[in-house]
Write a new protein. Structure first.
Length: 158
C-alpha cells in the first residue's frame, strides 16, 4: 500500500563552519598518515645491488675503511689497502685481526649505510652473504674489511 500523501523533499542543511573545519582537519590528517606510511615502507626497501656496481666511490664521496688481516698471509692487509686506495677509498688504518683463522673475507658495515659496505664488497669481490652489519659509532670508519683465507680469490692482484 502506498501512502497517498505527497512526499516532501528532505531539506538539506548547509554545512556549518564547524563541520567544514573538521572535514579539512580529517583530510589533512589522512594525508599525513599516508605520507608516514609511504616514508616507512620506502625506508624498509633496500636499493637493488646493481646500483653499487662500481669499483670506487662516486666523485666527492669519501668512504673511510680499515683493513684487518684475518688470514695470516704476509702483507695481505697491505695489498688490500693499496688496492682500495687506488680506487679512491680512504683506508685510515691497517692492522691484524684478533685471529688468523677467518675463512671468508668479511665486509663490516660500521655506520649503518649498507650501500657503502656493498660498494667496498663489490670492489674487492667479496660475496653479498659476507657483508655484515655491526654498527658501532665509536669507530670512525664507514666499513671494516677482514681479509680471510679466501684472499687469493679476491680481485686484489697477487
Amino acid at each position: 500500500m502506498t501512502d497517498p500523501r505527497p512526499s516532501r523533499p528532505q531539506s538539506v542543511r548547509p554545512p556549518t563552519p564547524r563541520t567544514t573545519t573538521l572535514n579539512v582537519i580529517l583530510v589533512i590528517l589522512a594525508l599525513f598518515v599516508g605520507y608516514l606510511l609511504y616514508a616507512f615502507i620506502y625506508r624498509q626497501v633496500e636499493p637493488p645491488v646493481e646500483s653499487v656496481r662500481s669499483d670506487g666511490p662516486r666523485s666527492g664521496e669519501i668512504i673511510q675503511v680499515d683493513v684487518l688481516n684475518g688470514c695470516g698471509v704476509s702483507r695481505a692487509a697491505s695489498r688490500v689497502t693499496s688496492f682500495l686506495r687506488e680506487r679512491g677509498y680512504d683506508v685510515v688504518e691497517m692492522r691484524n685481526y684478533k685471529s688468523f683463522d677467518v675463512q671468508n673475507s668479511l665486509v663490516i658495515d660500521r655506520s649503518g649505510d649498507l650501500q657503502t659496505a656493498r660498494k667496498v664488497a663489490y670492489a674487492l669481490g667479496v660475496k653479498e652473504k659476507n657483508i655484515v652489519r655491526q654498527i658501532n659509532h665509536d669507530y670512525y670508519v664507514d666499513v671494516s674489511v677482514v681479509v680471510g683465507k679466501d684472499f687469493g680469490s679476491l680481485k686484489v692482484p697477487q
